[in-house]
Write a protein that binds this ligand. Structure first.
Ligand SMILES: CC(C)(COP(=O)(O)OP(=O)(O)OC[C@H]1O[C@@H](n2cnc3c(N)ncnc32)[C@H](O)[C@@H]1OP(=O)(O)O)[C@@H](O)C(=O)NCCC(=O)NCCS
Length: 183
């Protein structure tokens, strides 16, 4: 089978649903580069309590939270939520936006691909049509990663963010996850 058709998961890694016990590791992953990069558009690391509240919200909304588990250690996570508020604007209900983080000492091992492949499959099963990546334009590695996974750049939005005293540009990439899908 061709590589894009066959989800690849490194042999020692399990992709599974997160539990409350994984939240400190997820929070650490999310905070890892907050103070040193513009990957995440905040200058304040989150608290564990904020992550716990977020997890509860994700469960109520039925949104998946997946982790990459390497011998009992969480080395990555991926999740999605509405692209825009689909309660207020139901027309957006088939479109999701994801977040993905892999621990830096495990980059380049196909863990990001395995997480995103699994997340996209969950989205497809949940009836979603389009997945969106919103990436800081300086995060060229993430842009390349998404392009390798079939995302296409659809917009650049200059000066839509601000961090470390400078304007930031947002790059939007999207992928249709159920080609030909009709509603
Ligand atoms: C982006 C990120 C999730 C990639 O995870 P990863 O596990 O290193 O990626 P993989 O090993 O699964 O790579 C999958 C593909 O993307 C490519 N890729 C990954 N990182 C890349 C980079 N920095 N530059 C170029 N290509 C890259 C790989 O070469 C591979 O392509 P190929 O197999 O077709 O050659 C990871 O670097 C990360 O967590 N970064 C910090 C957080 C972040 O930027 N998240 C996204 C915010 S929008």
């Amino acid at each position: 089978m061709c590589r894009p058709c066959l989800p690849t998961v490194p042999a020692d890694v399990v992709i599974r649903d997160a539990t409350e016990r994984d939240l400190p590791a997820i929070s650490d992953l999310s905070n890892a580069m907050v103070t040193t990069s513009t990957i995440a558009w905040t200058e304040s690391p989150e608290t564990l309590a904020q992550r716990e509240a977020w997890f509860e919200h994700q469960q109520v909304d039925g949104n998946p939270v997946l982790v990459a588990d390497l011998d009992g250690t969480v080395v990555g996570y991926a999740t999605y939520a509405d692209f825009r508020d689909s309660h207020k604007w139901p027309g957006y209900r088939f479109t999701i936006e994801h977040t993905i983080h892999v621990r830096e000492d495990h980059w380049g091992r196909d863990i990001g691909r395995a997480l995103l492949d699994a997340l996209i499959e969950r989205g497809r099963v949940a009836g979603k049509h389009v997945i969106v990546a919103a990436v800081d334009s300086a995060n060229v590695g993430s842009i390349h990663f998404h392009e390798r996974l079939g995302f296409v750049e659809v917009a650049r939005m200059p000066e839509t963010g601000h961090k470390f005293g400078a304007w930031l540009e947002l790059v939007l990439l999207q992928r249709i996850i159920d080609p030909g899908g009709r509603r």
